[in-house]
Write a protein that binds this ligand. Structure first.
Ligand SMILES: Cc1ncc(COP(=O)(O)O)c(C=O)c1O
Length: 471
């Protein structure tokens, strides 16, 4: 069967391994739909509910019936002016928002370490970019969302910015207190786009980070990452009036949207409203109880807000498992995988686990036991990567790079040249070098390390890098 059906066979094999899923999706391989009767009905009948736009099922491209009603309930739940279902995740939501908010040639402030879909939109809409530098916690080897200082530095450097695109929370689930900053930027006339891909559940319990979505003109949430919704399902929350929004939504999404995804998005919103507070409070109680136990293990700590600078907060429905210096997060991910625990991602010094209200005490016991049994000597780092302290120089706008003449060169030959591609080590999936930036010696050291350890670096093929031929 494996030869005839390689993908399906492997998927079924993975399912049968019965791993503890602490990665996406938020529906935890279907289990999170089993919260109540209607959710069970949905999960059990999924195959039979794959229907298309027949009467009376409305049309996502022109909603007038049940989809319109569901989207209105969504807007009410998130306290925004209007809200829409996305069937190709936050990637689609980012494209739609950026296309709707800006005109070709506009200047925008963008975090250097934003998601690839944001870069794609910057190129396609031909926007000029002023980068907001990331904040790096060098002691822990993690990215933090940009601080007030970094945001205002970028604002000062820019000439005539029309808007700002921020990621909040970041990939680790860390937030920065943006409320006052966003209000101020709004008074300066900037359009605000918040990529909140990892925060669809925020605000539904007082113990989760606050929902600040009313402060964005466009907010993009990957429902599928943290709540009971199917993969690809996302929410686009809008407080802006854009004439072109409907055009871009229809142009950038399929005309045959999956009713399974849309129905799961309806369920995700209903779940948060009905059970969010109770379920997340219970999860956080358990999470905090086991955090204390895990923190007693030598060499291992679960990150909490108190360990970060002021104004930063950590989503308590995630575990950022931090190892002492000298130990390797990627090896920890492999170790936990052998223990049947699926992490969301690894970084140089640890792993990220996306917890869920479906997690029971047994699940936390398994995490604790596995970490207690870990022999730290087996996960020593070979080499400490300077991953996060790189700040290359921008020579060209991303869109200018797009049509430039290029050639492929070796890693060594690329040093000092302008990169055509975004060079993105995975995980965490954040560009090390952006299109149009100079490739530095330090960046090449990191890329080589990833390649030597058989980890992915997007933007590289056969150990060659595309550079711009300068005239
Ligand atoms: C910050 C951020 N934005 C956007 C995306 C894209 O989300 P999606 O997978 O829903 O398209 C991701 C995906 O990991 C992300 O981490």
């Amino acid at each position: 069967m494996e030869r005839e059906l390689p993908l399906l066979s492997e998927l079924i094999k993975y399912h049968k391994e019965n791993n503890l899923i602490l990665s996406m999706p938020g529906n935890k391989c279907g289990k999170a739909f089993l919260r109540d009767e209607i959710g069970k009905d949905f999960a059990e009948n999924m195959g039979f509910l794959d229907i298309t736009e027949v009467d009376p099922l409305d049309n996502l491209q022109h909603p007038e019936g049940i989809i319109k009603k569901s989207q209105e309930l969504l807007a009410k739940a998130y306290k925004v002016k209007s809200a829409y279902f996305m069937v190709n995740g936050s990637s689609g939501g980012n494209l739609i928002s950026i296309f709707s908010a800006f005109n070709e040639g506009d200047e925008v402030l963008v975090e250097r370490n934003c998601h690839k879909s944001v870069y794609n939109a910057l190129i396609m809409k031909k926007l000029k970019v002023t980068y907001i530098e990331p904040v790096i916690d060098e002691e822990k080897d993690i990215f933090l969302p940009p601080s007030k200082e970094k945001i205002y530095n970028a604002l000062e450097k820019s000439k005539n910015p029309k808007g700002i695109i921020l990621t909040n929370p970041n990939y680790f689930g860390i937030t920065y207190d943006l409320e006052e900053i966003l209000k101020d930027l709004k008074t300066k006339g900037l359009k605000i786009i918040i990529d909140g891909a990892h925060g669809a559940h925020f605000g539904f319990s007082k113990r989760l980070p606050k929902n600040i979505w009313h402060l964005g003109d466009y907010v993009i949430l990957s429902a599928h990452k943290t709540i009971p919704s199917l993969t690809q399902g996302g929410y686009l929350l809008v407080n802006d009036k854009s004439e072109n929004l409907r055009f871009y939504m229809n142009a950038l999404m399929t005309t045959s949207p999956s009713y399974l995804i849309m129905a799961s998005l309806d369920y995700g919103r209903y779940y948060l409203e009905k059970y969010g507070e109770e379920d997340y409070d219970r999860l956080i109680d358990l999470g905090e109880e086991y955090k204390e136990k895990i923190n007693k293990i030598n060499g291992i700590n679960i990150l909490s807000s108190e360990m970060l600078k002021e104004d930063y907060d950590v989503d308590k429905s995630r575990y950022i498992v931090l190892l002492d210096k000298g130990y390797c997060g990627h090896k920890l991910l492999e170790y936990l995988r052998d223990k049947k625990i699926q992490c969301e991602m690894s970084f140089s010094r640890g792993v990220v686990l996306i917890l869920s209200p479906i997690n029971k005490r047994e699940d936390f016991k398994l995490i604790l036991k596995s970490l207690e049994e870990l022999d730290l000597n087996t996960i020593k780092s070979i080499d400490e990567a300077e991953f996060y302290s790189i700040s290359p120089k921008k020579m060209l706008e991303p869109f200018e790079v797009f049509n430039s003449e290029t050639k492929e060169v070796t890693f060594e030959e690329s040093i000092g040249k302008i990169s055509k591609e975004a060079l993105i080590p995975y995980p965490p999936g954040i560009p090390l070098i952006c299109p149009g930036e100079i490739i530095t010696k330090e960046a090449i050291k990191i890329i080589k390390e990833y390649v030597d350890n058989k980890r992915d670096v997007l933007g590289i093929e056969n150990e060659k890098i595309k550079i711009i031929i300068e005239k």
